[in-house]
Ligand binder design. Sequence first.
Ligand code: DAH
Length: 343
Amino acid sequence: MLEELKEIRLKAFTELGSASDFKELEQWRIRYLGKKSRLTQILRSISTLSIEERRNTGAHANAMRKSLEEALEEKSHALKTSHFAPSLENRVDITLPGYPIPIGRSHPTTQTIEEICQVFQNMGFQIFEGPDVEWDYYNFEALNIPADHPARDMFATFWIDSNRGMKNRLLRTHTSPMQIRVMEQLKPPIRMIVPGRCYRYEATDTTHESMFYQVEGLAVDKNITMADLKGTLFDFCRCIFGDERKVRFRCDYFPFVEPGVEIAIECLACHGNGCRTCGYTGWIEILGAGMVNPNVLRGVGLDPDVYSGFAFGMGVERIPMLRYGIDDIRLFYNNDIRFLRQF
Ligand code: DAH
């Protein structure tokens, strides 16, 4: 009988090994562990054996039953898992490197805005945002540019509607209107910057887009002087362009400031020697600024004999254009992934 048990065991394990689905497994169970199986018969007949045989065969038969049950359990588990992950090792080379998941990144303009904001935040400036659709009042009137002012020609405007023949809503041509909105809401001391989109009704070329970004700045308090303006903006230039870069500071005109200034840095492309990028001047203008015009302060109810301030505004795209030698501003908004991916 022991011989027979051995044989059954060998057969059972061989067949179990080749069972490939649950149906075959069930048939195997009936064949080897079912009521009519030889093993069950042997176990049932044990009581009829002599004491000596009973001890020997009984122990063997029971141990075998147990090991067959365990093997069945194991095989059934293996089938279950391989059902969900069809033998990974056989079909997939798990040592191959995976497909890279394309990772997004922020737009070069966004990156530059974040960098500019960080520099001013470190100096204690607060960030504000304002509407792209603006009133004539904020974009021009309150900034000391009345309806017939020649400076309106500086800003080719997309008008949105006209009210009783008076054009009054537009796409903001600069971020300066936020100076007024913030001064209407807050009392000095004010230190704020405003990043945002601006629009100009102009033909596009390598240096002009009809939509672009600016960052505006404003500081208003008692005793603010030109020295504060110069110190703040020179510091800014050093943070963005490096300590060694020369900075030029000279007069300019903007209706909302008096006096007005312009800041230029030594051309990054030719180091001041003169090239196509800087129009052979060696300098690149990067921002306009000035002391807030007393008319502007009066317009928001601040007494220019008590308060003073400085303001500045800069184009954003210009900075990465200079840094990376990008010669066409239109690349920024064509959404060509091959361009954007480089930053
Ligand atoms: N808004 C001006 C422009 O778009 C730039 C500017 C110049 C802003 C001087 C200012 C400033 O705040 O003081 O050309």
